[in-house]
Design a binder for this molecule. Structure first.
Ligand code: GRF
Length: 213
C-alpha cells in the first residue's frame, strides 16, 4: 500500500474501544492507509485509553462537563482544540455516548463519522440491538454514517446485516453485531481514505462493495 498521505484520524470514545482497536489493527496490518493521531475519552479510565496507550497513540480524558448527553460549550472547544492540535482531519466516533453539536461538525465538515449498532434509520438512540430484539426483527445490523446535526441521522456509508436468532439475548446479538462493526468501520475508512466516497444530498456512492445484505 502507498503510505503517502495517510488519513489522519482523531477518535472519540466512551467505553471499551473495540472499534478503535479494529481500525488500529487494520492500519498495522497495512490494509488501511491511515493514522490515529489522538484518542479522547469523555469517561475517566475508559478502556479505550488503555488500548490507545498500548499502541503509543496520544490520548486523554477530557472533561465534558457540565452536560451529560451532549458535547457543547467550553468542553466542545477543548475537544476541537485537542483534535486540531494533533492534526486530525477526520473525527471517528467509536462508542462515544454523547451528541456532537454543530460547532464540532463545522470544524470538520463532512468528516465526522459514527458507527451505530442497527440498520438505520431503524432503531436510532441507545441500546439499538436491544430495541431490535424487543421489536422482533429478523435482521439486525450495523451502520457507519456521516454525522449530521441529528441523532444517528446522517448519510449512510456502509451497512452490514446480522441475522437475529431464536435464542438471542441482547448480549449475544450485540456480540454478533460487533463482529460486523469491526469489519464495517475499517472498510468505510478505507473508502474515505482512497477518495472513493461521493456525497450527493443524503446519498453516498462508492461503497457498494463494503455493504453486506
Ligand atoms: C458499539 O456497539 C457501537 O456501535 C456503539 O457503541 C459500541 C461501542 O463499542 N455506538 P466499543 O467501545 O467500540 O467497543
Amino acid at each position: 500500500m502507498d503510505n503517502a498521505n495517510p488519513l489522519l484520524i482523531g477518535v472519540l470514545g466512551s467505553g471499551s474501544g473495540s472499534n478503535m482497536q479494529s481500525i488500529q489493527d487494520a492500519i498495522e496490518a497495512g490494509t488501511l492507509n491511515a493514522k490515529i493521531v489522538c484518542v479522547i475519552a469523555d469517561v475517566p479510565g475508559a478502556k479505550i485509553l488503555d488500548r490507545a496507550r498500548r499502541h503509543g497513540i496520544p490520548c486523554d480524558y477530557l472533561d465534558p462537563a457540565p452536560w451529560k448527553t451532549k458535547l457543547e460549550g467550553p468542553a466542545e472547544d477543548r475537544y476541537i482544540e485537542y483534535l486540531q492540535a494533533h492534526g486530525a482531519e477526520v473525527v471517528v466516533l467509536a462508542g462515544f455516548m454523547r451528541i456532537v453539536k454543530p460547532k464540532l461538525l463545522a470544524a470538520f465538515p463532512n468528516c465526522v463519522l459514527n458507527i451505530h449498532p442497527a440498520l438505520l434509520p431503524a432503531f436510532p438512540g441507545v441500546a439499538a440491538w436491544k430495541q431490535a430484539l424487543d421489536y422482533g426483527v429478523k435482521v439486525a445490523g450495523v451502520t457507519v454514517h456521516f454525522v449530521d446535526a441529528g441523532t444517528d441521522s446522517g448519510p449512510i456509508i456502509v451497512q452490514r446485516a446480522v441475522p437475529v436468532l431464536d435464542g438471542d439475548t441482547p448480549e449475544t446479538l450485540h456480540a454478533r453485531i460487533q463482529v460486523e462493526e469491526h469489519i464495517a468501520y475499517p472498510e468505510a475508512l478505507r473508502l474515505l481514505a482512497a477518495g472513493k466516497l461521493t456525497l450527493s444530498g443524503r446519498r453516498v456512492s462508492g461503497s457498494d462493495s463494503a455493504t453486506k445484505a
